[in-house]
Design a protein around this ligand. Structure first.
Ligand code: PEP
Length: 251
């Protein structure tokens, strides 16, 4: 039985005061949602503050990115140990915006996933095809490569969360249909089965891409969709809590 996860990626939004207010509203509104995990990924500058707000609750803290070294001359980077120090238990890795704007490759994603596991952080590894790749009919080639290379050398698959986020659906309002999403989720689980056997049945695969409280019910009804990674709709407590409520009821 896989437990649902709903993660909110706040991206480069919210000051300290705004983050504290949003985290408080989510924590209060989510106190009755049981059986899964609620995860908030604020910007680095407010991780500690949000961590203080949600301490001891059913809401967990995530980083939006991390580096794969412990310390050293890596200006501007943040280590897994530093993230744990702020209260993080999850790290989003390989988000499409990291891949697009900061040129992260599958190899970097793999180093980060492996390092997160060593450090005791749960990686949420993001994969997904662009619009152009879908139109070309190479969605499975792209996603298959990202999954296999991202997980190369990873043994503790039970500690990894995967997020399928079609790039064309992120921040566009163009959500994948439940059938489109399920098809790719089942494909990913099939790859995991080939590599890890029955352990694949326990891996949580989240859908991300323009999820809102109004479209999540159909997505979450799909067999291989175990939760959501939410961008825009996680920036308002009402919208985010509405998504969690739907998932909590259905899964
Ligand atoms: C995301 O950034 O991971 C995301 C899914 O964004 P949005 O929900 O805004 O499409």
């Amino acid at each position: 039985m896989r437990k649902w996860i709903v993660a909110g990626n706040w991206k480069m939004h919210n000051t300290i005061a705004e983050s504290i207010a949003l985290a408080k509203a989510i924590k209060e509104g989510a106190s009755d949602f049981k059986g899964g995990a609620i995860v908030l990924a604020p910007p680095f500058t407010t991780l500690f503050n949000v961590g203080e707000v949600i301490k001891g609750s059913n809401v967990f803290l995530a980083a939006q990115n991390m580096f794969y070294e412990d310390k050293g001359a890596f200006t501007g980077e943040i280590s897994p140990g530093m993230l744990k120090d702020t209260g993080c238990s999850y790290a989003i890795i390989g988000h499409s915006e990291r891949r697009k704007y900061f040129h992260e490759q599958d190899h970097d994603v793999n180093l980060k996933v492996r390092k997160a596991l060593i450090a005791g952080l749960t990686p949420i590894m993001c994969v997904g095809e662009t619009d152009e790749e879908r139109v070309k009919g190479i969605t499975q080639d792209v996603v298959g490569r990202q999954v296999k290379q991202g997980l190369s050398g990873v043994e503790e698959i039970d500690k990894v969360v995967i997020a399928y986020e079609p790039v064309w659906a992120i921040g566009t309002g163009k959500v994948a249909t439940s059938a489109q999403a399920q098809e790719v989720h089942a494909f990913i689980r099939g790859i995991l089965k080939d590599i890890y056997g029955n352990k694949a049945d326990d891996v949580r695969i989240l859908y991300g891409g323009s999820v809102t409280k109004d479209n999540v019910a159909e997505l979450i009804a799909m067999e291989d969709i175990d939760g959501a990674l939410v961008g825009g709709a996680s920036l308002k407590a009402d919208g985010f809590l509405g998504i969690i409520k739907e998932i909590c009821v259905k899964k």
